[in-house]
Design a protein around this ligand. Structure first.
Ligand code: AMP
Length: 225
């Protein structure tokens, strides 16, 4: 499966969020999933990529050129160190960056960076062709990406599972607010099935597998009745 992951750029958030991101990367790679994400080296994004690569996973980063110019892209300074805090040593191969033979976890993953012109193209590339979306706690960038996916699903333009990894309960107020919007009839009750909230990285793949594709008649009830 090709899993689109939205997550934070922040290194200042508590380490538990990066731990969860790294664990998710490990689990997705161990399952044979391709991880598609924003291509960043910092915060949960960097931890996610490091985790997937450490398990021999395939990672695709989609990075706007202006972020590459700012050197925000993987591997970044932390991950480029001979043996970094994540225990990863990187090599550049023909297919892009690879976790080298000296990695702590014996990883042999591949990293392919796709450069795009702007944020809009990045969001499209992240989502297009994905088999599921996973959102981790993050800032406004993560929320924007998540809400685009939910909005497209409501409109019958995206049909795959959207799983919220609720580390430290950070998504609970958000899904509570969405439920209030449903109560107030800004959305229909059916729309609450557009997202699933899970507690741990281990719950993510089972939730994806347990969630059927969104109804093909989504547009029939996109507008509140
Ligand atoms: P946020 O959740 O606000 O940290 O934003 C995460 C998302 O914002 C990423 O998926 C990117 O779209 C973008 N972003 C913000 N800062 C960075 C960064 N330093 N490196 C890469 N992407 C970033």
């Amino acid at each position: 499966m090709r899993i689109c992951v939205y997550c934070a750029s922040s290194d200042a958030a508590p380490a538990g969020f990066r731990d969860a991101a790294r664990r998710l990367g490990e689990l997705l790679a161990a399952d044979g999933c391709t991880v598609v994400y924003g291509g960043g080296s910092s915060g949960s994004m960097g931890a996610l990529a490091a985790g997937a690569l450490s398990r021999g996973g395939e990672v695709v980063g989609v990075l706007p050129r202006f972020m590459a110019d700012l050197e925000w892209g993987w591997p970044g300074k932390a991950h480029a160190a001979p043996l970094d805090a994540q225990g990863l040593r990187m090599e550049q191969g023909s297919a892009g960056w690879r976790a080298g033979p000296g990695t702590a976890a014996g990883g042999n993953g591949t990293f392919n960076m796709q450069y795009v012109e702007d944020m809009r193209e990045r969001k499209h590339r992240l989502l297009a062709g994905s088999d599921a979306v996973v959102a981790l706690p993050g800032g406004c960038g993560t929320l924007e990406e998540l809400f685009e996916a939910i909005t497209l699903k409501r409109l019958g333009l995206y049909f795959k599972p959207i799983v919220l990894l609720d580390t430290d309960g950070l998504f609970a107020p958000l899904t509570g607010y969405l439920e209030r919007l449903i109560d107030a009839r800004f959305m229909n009750p059916e729309h609450a099935a557009m997202w699933q909230r899970v507690a741990t990285p281990e719950d993510v793949l089972p939730a994806i597998r347990a969630t059927p594709d969104w109804r093909s008649d989504a547009r029939a009830y996109a507008v509140p009745r």
